[in-house]
Each structure stands twice: as structure tokens, then as C-alpha cells.
Design a protein around this ligand. Structure first.
Ligand SMILES: Nc1ncnc2c1ncn2[C@@H]1O[C@H](COP(=O)(O)OP(=O)(O)OP(=O)(O)O)[C@@H](O)[C@H]1O
Ligand SMILES: [Mg+2]
Ligand SMILES: [Mg+2]
Length: 496
């Protein structure tokens, strides 16, 4: 009898994200203080409402509802015509009311999806995948605690609390457990951020905490239908951290299971320095929150008029642009992805194309020289002097052969900083390409006559000296000679 070695079990990861997205309204969700990010002046944008004084009444900021509905629509959700706020109780010093006003069983939006695009390498054909959105709801943010203070005389320790953030409007967006890797999760978070930025409802600044993700991860043997026990990693604030933390956590869980150790349902923290997750606390069940309907706020009703108005105000979203750039403009998936990453870049590109620019060439200029200039100057594409209409003009002048591609590149720096008509610039600088056969022939004859030694060598077999002659013609014309015609004429004249 032979004993086969135990077959190695293959595991797959199941991942779902809860994302908190800070809305960029002027004022807080239930009161009129400013939402300005001002960590240097703690407790300046506060009022009895966000401090939870007894007897004060919250009033919903209409903008928050508008933004929540727009986000819900952009995420292909069903918008609830009737929803409500609930109190989520927990005791923590950053929440003076001892409850957070949130939404529980009737969120404003449910059952949506967003599309992620995963490419193995930049130029490989991407895999597209729909990630389900379970729900989207509105809630207030809590204050911010700073721990670790200690009094020198008494030796006692203390924490400081800043309530400027208390009452800032948040959207909490919960995904279905449809993600399977750190890379997919990071792409999901990026697409979510992109959508919020396209909608103009959040600044999306992860370093400032405007977008924070809680990541839920479990593993199971491939083929098993039930989910394993999930572990939550809280408050991830960069895409690379999301990816690294998940990849680490998947390995950690597989190793634990292989060693016969149980996976504990808990909250863990990502330690950037050590590249590990560490246990923070065991997870409280949702019943601990003792949710009940918020008695101080009326139910939320979204009328058909509101819904239609807000729907009509939605911009074209990144996924739709990506598909359209590929199917209608013939761009690669990679180009489409890069151009649509930032809405203002996509709009610049589209204006150039409607101004008559070839789509692929406009893409090349924007993703090449213009992107490099934006990176070096720190400018946004809307701030540069070269308007998209003039980029279209530049591309067309090169297409028609009025100027060479080389001259186009040479004048770009001036166009980027000074702008204006490209036609006028090339005329005033005398940069129009020489494509008249007679005129070019004369110049070539002069160049040949001035270099008898090279000509002799060429004729005795060193034909690669043709490049030398092309160079001389370009030098003599300051790059204005039509390269194709120059080559043709040299091919006729050099052999004698
Ligand atoms: N077994 C699982 N493995 C991985 N992710 C899961 C699993 N079960 C649920 N999730 C994901 O976890 C996220 C949160 O799930 P859910 O709201 O059910 O619980 P919760 O984290 O306890 O809630 P809360 O954080 O509001 O207290 C969702 O994104 C969901 O897709
Ligand atoms: Mg959670
Ligand atoms: Mg929440």
C-alpha cells in the first residue's frame, strides 16, 4: 500500500470594504459650523449641537442628502424614497452625545455596484469585474482624540479631544464580499475615490482622512461555499497600505489555519513600519450598538423631482468614459484608464478631440510631454496656458505637414507657458516646414557640394553616411526640412 503525500489545500481570500467618505459641504451635517480642516486650531468650529448639549436639535443639511443621492446613483444603487436616521450608541470620549447619528435598517441607497479594472501589466488586456455595493448611508463623524499626554507634576496621563471634526458629514459605503485580493481591493478603493471626485462631493484626500477604509478579510478552501471568520483592519488611509495589509493578512490567516489555530473575529491594526497587522480588540457584535430611530429628526423623503434633478446633474463617470474611449475613439484600455483617472484631464482630452485632434495623438501628447510638465510644475491641467483647442491646432499642423513633429516638440514648452495660437507662433518664428521640392532640392545640392569627402565615401560604399547628410540638411534649415522629402531627394542625389 502506498501513502500519497497530503494534498496541499488551496485557499481563496474573501474581502469586503467599508469606506467612510467625508463630504465637502460648507457646513456640518446637522448644524451650521464650518467643515474647514483646521487641526492647528482645535475646537474652533463647534456648537452646542455637535457637542451634544441637552435640548439642542439637529437639522439635516440638504446638501448632504443631495450628495448621498448622487453618490448612490453613481454607484448604481436603488435610492430609498423613504429612509430615516438612527442612533448608534457607544461610549467613547470623541462622541459627547454617546451616540452617533447614523442610518441602520433603512439606508438612503442599497444594492448597487461599481466596476473595477485589473491589468496584470500596464499594457495587458484588463479584467473587468463588478463589485457589489451593499449599502450607502449618511452619518456624522466623531471628534479626534490625541493620546499620550502626561502631566509633569502629577505624572498622570491624559488625552486631548478636538471636536472640529464632530458632525462633519460622512457617507459610509459598504461593499459586498466580492473582492479576492489586495490588488482588487486597492483598485476598488481607487475607483470609489475617482467617482467621488468626479461627482465633486469630496476632496478624496486620504492623508487628511477624507477617505478611510475598513477592510474585512477571511479565507476559505477553494470550492467551499461558506465564508470563514472575518478579521477587520481599521482606518486604512492609503491604497498601497490597503493592498499590503490585505496580502499580509491573507498569508497570516492561511498559516494559522495550516497550523491548526483558529481565526478569531477581531479588529486588527496595520503597522506600516513592520509591515504586519496586530490585534487591537475583539469585535463587538452589532447588537451592542442598541440602534433605535433618531427621534429628533424627521424621516427622509426623496421626491421624484429631487431624484430627477440630481440624476440630470450627474457627470459622465469614469467607467463610462473608459468604455467610450476604447469603443468610439479606438484607444487602448491603458490609455483610456490613464486619461480618465482625473476628470479635468479627461475633459481636456475630450475638448482637444472635439477641436479636431486625432484621439491617439492627443492621448500621446497629454500622457507624455504634458503629463511630464504637470508633474514638474505641480500645476493642474486646467491651469496651463496651452488650451486644449490649441493642442488640437498643434496636432493638426503636424498632421498637415505645416510643421514637423520635431518642431512641434520644440515649441511645446513655450506653448505650455505662454499659450496662444500655434499657427501664429510658427509663422512669427519662421518654423513652417519646407516641403516644396524645388526649394529643398536647392538646399540639398548646397549641402552635397559643401561635403565632397563624405560624398566620395558614400559613393565608395559607406551608405550609412546618408544620416550625416540628413543631419546637415536639418541643421541648415533649423529642422524645418520635411524629413520624408529630404530622404527621398537624398536617395536620388547621393548615388550620383
Ligand atoms: N466572511 C467575510 N469575509 C470577508 N468579508 C466579509 C465577510 N462577511 C462580511 N464581509 C464584509 O465585511 C463588511 C462589513 O460587514 P458587516 O456590515 O456585515 O459587519 P460589521 O463589520 O460587523 O459591521 P460594522 O462595522 O458596521 O459594525 C462588508 O463589506 C462585507 O462585505
Ligand atoms: Mg465593520
Ligand atoms: Mg459607520
Amino acid at each position: 500500500m502506498t501513502t500519497a503525500a497530503p494534498k496541499k489545500i488551496e485557499y481563496e481570500a474573501i474581502i469586503g470594504l467599508e469606506t467612510h467618505c467625508q463630504l465637502n459641504t460648507e457646513t456640518k451635517i446637522f448644524s451650521s459650523e464650518s467643515t474647514k480642516f483646521d487641526p492647528d486650531n482645535p475646537n474652533t468650529n463647534i456648537s452646542p449641537i455637535c457637542l451634544g448639549y441637552p435640548g439642542v436639535l439637529p437639522v439635516l443639511n440638504e446638501k448632504v442628502l443631495e450628495y448621498a443621492v448622487k453618490a448612490g446613483l453613481a454607484l448604481n444603487c436603488t435610492i430609498a424614497p423613504y429612509s430615516k436616521f438612527d442612533r448608534k450608541q457607544y461610549f467613547y470620549p470623541d462622541l459627547p452625545k454617546n451616540y452617533q447619528i447614523s442610518q441602520f435598517d433603512l439606508p438612503i441607497a442599497e444594492h448597487g455596484w461599481l466596476e473595477i479594472e485589473i491589468a496584470e501589466k500596464p499594457n495587458s488586456e484588463p479584467i473587468r469585474k463588478r463589485i457589489g455595493i451593499t449599502r450607502l448611508h449618511m452619518e456624522e463623524d466623531a471628534g479626534k482624540l490625541t493620546h499620550g499626554g502626561s502631566d509633569r507634576l502629577s505624572g498622570s496621563t491624559y488625552s486631548l479631544v478636538d471636536f472640529n471634526r464632530a458632525g462633519i458629514p460622512l457617507l459610509e459605503i459598504v461593499s459586498e464580499p466580492d473582492l479576492r485580493s489586495g490588488k482588487e481591493a486597492a483598485e476598488y478603493a481607487q475607483e470609489l475615490r475617482r467617482i467621488m471626485l468626479y461627482l465633486g462631493i469630496s476632496d478624496g484626500k486620504m492623508q487628511e482622512g477624507s477617505l478611510r477604509c475598513d477592510v474585512n478579510i477571511s479565507i476559505r478552501p477553494v470550492g467551499q461555499t461558506e465564508f470563514g471568520t472575518k478579521v477587520e483592519i481599521k482606518n486604512m488611509n492609503s491604497f498601497s497600505a490597503i493592498q499590503k495589509a490585505i496580502d499580509y493578512e491573507i498569508e497570516r490567516q492561511i498559516e494559522a489555519v495550516e497550523n491548526g489555530e483558529p481565526i478569531i473575529q477581531e479588529t486588527r491594526l496595520w503597522e506600516e513600519g513592520s509591515g504586519r497587522t496586530i490585534s487591537m480588540r475583539s469585535k463587538e457584535g452589532s447588537s451592542d450598538y442598541r440602534y433605535f430611530p433618531e427621534p429628533d429628526l424627521p424621516p427622509i423623503e426623496v421626491s421624484n423631482t429631487q431624484l430627477e434633478t440630481w440624476k440630470a446633474e450627474l457627470p459622465e463617470l469614469p467607467a463610462s468614459k473608459r468604455h467610450r474611449y476604447e469603443s468610439e475613439l479606438g484607444l487602448s484600455a491603458y490609455d483610456a484608464r490613464v486619461l480618465t483617472d482625473d476628470r479635468s484631464v479627461a475633459e481636456y482630452f475630450e475638448t482637444a478631440v472635439s477641436g479636431g485632434a486625432d484621439a491617439k495623438q492627443a492621448a500621446n501628447w497629454i500622457m507624455g510631454d504634458i503629463a511630464a510638465y504637470l508633474k514638474n510644475s505641480g500645476l493642474n491641467i486646467t491651469e496651463i496656458a496651452l488650451k486644449p483647442e490649441n493642442l488640437a491646432e498643434l496636432i493638426q499642423l503636424i498632421d498637415k505637414g505645416t510643421i514637423s513633429g520635431k518642431i512641434g516638440k520644440d515649441i511645446l514648452p513655450e506653448l505650455l507657458t505662454k499659450g496662444g495660437s500655434v499657427q501664429k507662433l510658427v509663422e512669427s518664428k519662421g518654423l513652417i516646414q519646407i516641403s516644396d521640392t524645388g526649394e529643398l532640392e536647392k538646399i540639398i545640392d548646397e549641402v552635397i557640394a559643401a561635403n565632397p569627402n563624405e560624398l566620395a565615401k558614400f559613393r565608395s560604399g559607406k551608405t550609412n553616411l546618408k544620416g550625416f547628410f540628413v543631419g546637415q540638411v536639418m541643421k541648415k534649415t533649423s529642422g524645418r526640412a520635411d524629413p520624408k522629402l529630404t530622404n527621398q531627394l537624398l536617395d536620388q542625389k547621393l548615388p550620383g
